[in-house]
Each structure stands twice: as structure tokens, then as C-alpha cells.
Design a protein around this ligand. Structure first.
Ligand SMILES: [Fe+2]
Length: 251
């Protein structure tokens, strides 16, 4: 699938590396942020996706300009390939200490794990080529310690598993109301509770967001869709809210 430009000006670019597995591994997107020829790769998926993502990056810049690989949470669809990225470049991986023990199970050792920079629990502002990127604490969306990235230049919110959709044949959301059916199951099965959505919505309304770019499925590129999504998810019961699905003995 082709790489798409989500935003571009003279010094800043945001690329979507569309799912190269045609949905076989859960419709995973990789995202790339470039500022002043310095790059950050977000949630790089596993070793089957790695050759494709590496090829797409190499076509745009030399490897030594990839400064960061950002790891938003603990899932294998992003923790499997960082060892390879760290082995072929001088990149720093950004990961909370909470999940450090998990990534070691994917083959990482002292050769590469020394270049993991810990994201503090309360998040941080990072500078990429001089441009600030806000790493936002979004705990329990999806894992207990979890982060999203807000890019104030493109005004894109990289939302990780929040906003994810599955089973679709498009990259950009055109009809938000129709799109809800493809998001609902993911949000209710993977994400903790409505309280976590409400806390996120309160935080998200403090930013001017032009796009929401999740790790899975289609991108919300219209501001009207961004606010519709915030309103929708704020009122969605999920996870432990669905009491009839929790802690019941099997029949
Ligand atoms: Fe994910």
C-alpha cells in the first residue's frame, strides 16, 4: 500500500505508512513525523512489517536521521521490531519503564536496550529537529501505562489504539456515522472503561486537533469528525462498564 502524506510544509512532514499486511495483522498503521530532516517512527509493528517500513524510510532519508522510535504501549504489534531498528541505526526508543520487562521478551538485550529512553508516567515534551512533540499520558487506553502524541505543527493527534477501526477498505473516514460500526467493537473489547474515555475527552478538548491518526484503521482528517469522535467516545460504555460480560462463570 502507498505511503500517504497527511501534512507537509517546508520543514515538517507527517506520513502514513499504510498497513502493508492487508489486514492480516490487525490493520496496523505506522506513522512517520519528520522535522528539519529528523524523523520519529511511531509504533513500528513486528518483523514482518519491518522490511517494508525500513524501505519506506530509506527512500526518504538516511538512517542516521531517524532519531526516535516511539512505543505507545505494551502490545506486540509495536514491541516486536524495535530491536531491529536499534540494531541498524543509532535511534533512541521511547518507552515507559513499566513495559521494559515486556520488550526484553522480544529478543532485546543489552546491546540495544541501552538506547531505550524512559517516558515518565506524567508524559513529556520532546524536541524533534527543534519541533516540540507532546507525549501525553493516556493511561488505560489501551494499556495501563499508555501514551499518545500531539504534534502542534500538523495538529495531528496520534491516538494509538484509541480511534482504532477494523474490517474496512478505506484509509480516510468519509462518513463518520457509518464508520462507528467499525470502531465500536475494538473500543469496547480492548479499552478499559467509559471513565478513561471521559478523562481523555476532557484532555483532548484542550488542544486544537485537525486530525486523529490511530495505530489501526482509518484516519479522521476532518475537524468535524474529530469533535464527533470525542463526543461519541465520551459517552461510550466499554470494558468493565459492560458488567454482563465481566466476571461471569461460563455456562
Ligand atoms: Fe494497537
Amino acid at each position: 500500500m502507498p505511503t500517504q502524506v497527511l501534512f507537509k510544509n517546508e520543514e515538517h512532514a507527517n506520513y502514513l505508512l499504510e498497513d502493508s499486511t492487508h489486514g492480516k495483522f490487525g490493520y496496523s498503521n505506522q506513522h512517520l513525523i519528520i522535522h528539519n530532516e529528523r524523523a520519529m517512527l511511531l509504533d513500528p509493528d513486528g518483523h514482518k512489517v519491518y522490511p517494508y517500513a525500513n524501505g519506506e524510510l530509506s527512500a526518504r532519508m538516511p538512517r542516521h536521521r531517524i532519531e526516535y522510535v516511539f512505543l505507545s504501549h505494551r502490545d506486540p504489534d509495536l514491541l516486536v521490531s524495535p530491536d531491529a531498528w536499534l540494531a541498524i541505526s543509532e535511534v533512541q526508543a521511547l518507552l515507559t519503564n513499566t513495559w521494559l520487562d515486556f520488550i526484553l521478551h522480544f529478543g532485546m538485550d543489552g546491546v540495544t536496550s541501552d538506547r531505550i529512553t524512559s517516558i515518565p508516567h506524567e508524559g513529556m515534551t520532546l524536541h524533534l529537529g527543534g519541533s516540540p512533540l507532546m507525549i501525553l499520558p493516556t493511561q488505560f487506553l489501551a494499556s495501563g501505562t499508555n501514551f499518545q502524541i500531539y504534534d502542534p505543527i500538523s495538529k495531528i493527534l496520534y491516538s494509538g489504539d484509541l480511534g482504532a477501526s477494523a474490517g474496512i477498505g478505506y484509509t480516510i473516514v468519509e462518513d463518520f456515522n457509518d464508520h462507528i460500526q467499525y470502531m465500536r467493537g475494538f473500543h469496547q473489547n480492548y479499552l478499559a472503561s467509559n471513565k478513561s474515555f471521559k478523562l481523555w475527552a476532557k484532555m483532548a478538548r484542550q488542544f486544537e486537533i485537525d486530525m486523529i491518526a490511530p495505530q489501526h484503521g482509518a484516519i479522521l482528517t476532518k475537524k468535524t469528525h474529530v469533535s464527533a469522535f470525542i463526543d461519541w467516545v465520551e459517552n461510550l460504555p466499554s470494558g468493565v462498564d459492560l458488567e454482563d460480560q465481566v466476571n461471569k462463570l461460563p455456562v
